[in-house]
Design a binder for this molecule. Structure first.
Ligand code: CTP
Length: 204
């Protein structure tokens, strides 16, 4: 198969040196790319800004913002057999990116940044996915399974991987895999490489 994987955070710039982002390390997406390649698949990895080496034999495309990622994703999804959306896409971006450094008025005690909602990347590409298989990720702090199921359906994914916040940056994770038939599969305290291999086998 030709498997498309997104990984890492996105970065939404306020000015040339400041941005909004999140804690995603990219490790899960990179582990998925390595696992897919090891099992003989063709792999395209769309990576947000992370400091990780490219797994051997993987084609990597670096992006910065959610909208950059959407452009590449649209192109690459056309020629993919499956998509694993492990990236932690920023839900909002500053309304404008200033050309020069933002000079706030000192002494006013507060600042407002106007944010605009980013497009939902997965939803927009998976809407017409046909036979292609799609895996979403969800990171929830409460009511995890219910919320994850709702996301899987809303985003038209075939599977969703439910993580807790402990997954961020960690090497061992506990995840619950949910599918459209109502099945649940739990993996406790596994390395990201182990979880990645199971997910790729599931896609196969
Ligand atoms: N995702 C996406 N585009 C976005 C936000 C999220 O494609 N703008 C994808 C993520 O890559 C992940 C899945 O959607 O596979 C779930 O993301 P999540 O942020 O948990 O969902 P949201 O709909 O943003 O919900 P919440 O407000 O709870 O964060």
């Amino acid at each position: 198969m030709r498997i498309l994987i997104t990984a890492g955070p996105t970065r939404e710039y306020i000015d040339p040196v400041r941005y909004l982002s999140n804690e995603s390390s990219g490790k899960m997406g990179f582990a998925l790319a390595a696992a897919a390649r090891r099992r003989g698949h063709e792999v395209v990895l769309i990576a947000g800004p992370v400091c990780l080496p490219t797994p051997k034999g993987v084609e990597r495309i670096d992006v910065i913002s959610a909208r950059d990622m959407l452009k590449v994703l649209r192109d690459q999804f056309k020629v993919a057999d499956a998509l694993v959306m492990a990236a932690a896409v920023a839900d909002f971006r500053p309304r404008r990116r200033l050309r020069g450094k933002w000079k706030a008025k000192e002494g006013s005690g507060k600042l407002n940044i106007e944010l605009l909602e980013n497009p939902d990347l997965l939803k927009s590409v998976a809407r017409r996915k046909g036979e292609r298989k799609v895996v979403a990720f969800a990171l929830e702090t409460s009511e995890g399974k219910r919320r994850a199921r709702a996301k899987m359906v809303a985003k038209n994914a075939d599977f969703i991987v439910l993580n807790g916040v402990a997954a961020l940056g960690g090497d061992r994770i506990s995840v619950t895999l949910l599918d459209r038939e109502g099945n649940e599969f739990e993996m406790l305290q596994r390395t990201k490489a182990e979880v990645a291999r199971v997910l790729i086998e599931l896609l196969e």
